[in-house]
Design a protein around this ligand. Sequence first.
Ligand SMILES: [Zn+2]
Length: 368
Amino acid sequence: MEAKSLKLNSIAKCLEEWAPLSLQESYDNSRLLYGEPEATVHAALVCLDVTSFIVDEAIAKGANLIISHHPLIFGGLKSLTGKNDSEKALIKAIQNNIAIYACHTNLDNVINGVNSAIGKRLGLSQMKILAPKENLLKKLVVYVPEADWQKLSEAMWQAGAGSIGNYDECSFRTVGTGTFKASANANPAKGEKGIRHEEKEFRLEVLVEAQVLNKVLDVMHRAHPYEEVAYDIFDLNNPHPQVGSGMYGDLEEAVNAHDFLRHIKKEFGGIVRYTKVHQDSIRRIAWCGGSGSFLLNKAKSVGADLFLSSDFKYHQFFEADNEILIADIGHFENEQFTIDLIAEHLRKKFPNFAVLLTENSTNPINYI
Ligand SMILES: [Zn+2]
């Protein structure tokens, strides 16, 4: 099978449909960082961090796109002089025409992203978001003639409205009567100009994620028979069950805490720093890829026996307080499977496009 070339923006689109950029944290910089969206990509190299060593690897492998988890440009650039390895890597990428794309906290925050890859390694199947995000959901209410509700709902469902957890095509409708009087300049689909018209209509309600709202509105306007569509958009305070930080889940049965710590070390490598084992068996596990210490209280509040993450400071270990077992496995170690995760996603969508996994560890920390 001949390897296929792709436009850079079609690769970005594939990643962003999975991990929308709007779901990244405010401090983050997930996006296409370097490269022209219309450029042709022959092969992509996936890694956690972009170092000059990784750029060399991309050159050697003929990859003209590097997709990393951590953004190479993070806090903004005022100069680019090669004063550190990140700048050297960027200069080398520019000189060799290698595009750079980062998929960071947006991939942390989606339910089938970084944290689900960690959960699978831990042996969990039923997983929930530990700290679901709020203010990401809207309620869209639209008034539609009875005869047209089905066509309209199907178009809106197709555009992404009406999804709740594992359920699609969710909606609610009530019947009522709409009134309107078309002016001389109007083009009414029902009734006559200048005469008040009454129409049996449905009030159709659907849940819409904020990031697809514009798309759904566009489709709604096109599928609706009326010239002027009457609709309302409401902000919801409901947490989004599938978007947020960290995850938790239950093991099929309780296991010995020390055995589970050994299992973690076997799966993730590196070293495991952990707090006092205050109970013999554990069942509910919470975890967060990257620096997740800010979620410790959340993990306690869902009754987790163990919280796995990385980058805990000395004093934070005290906060386990015999209520939970903290297991700090290292930042690189807990995010390492993100590389396979990104590669698998792209390979599924583009089976004959060359997606390469880096063969170099970018972990800056060594252990003896
Ligand atoms: Zn990270």
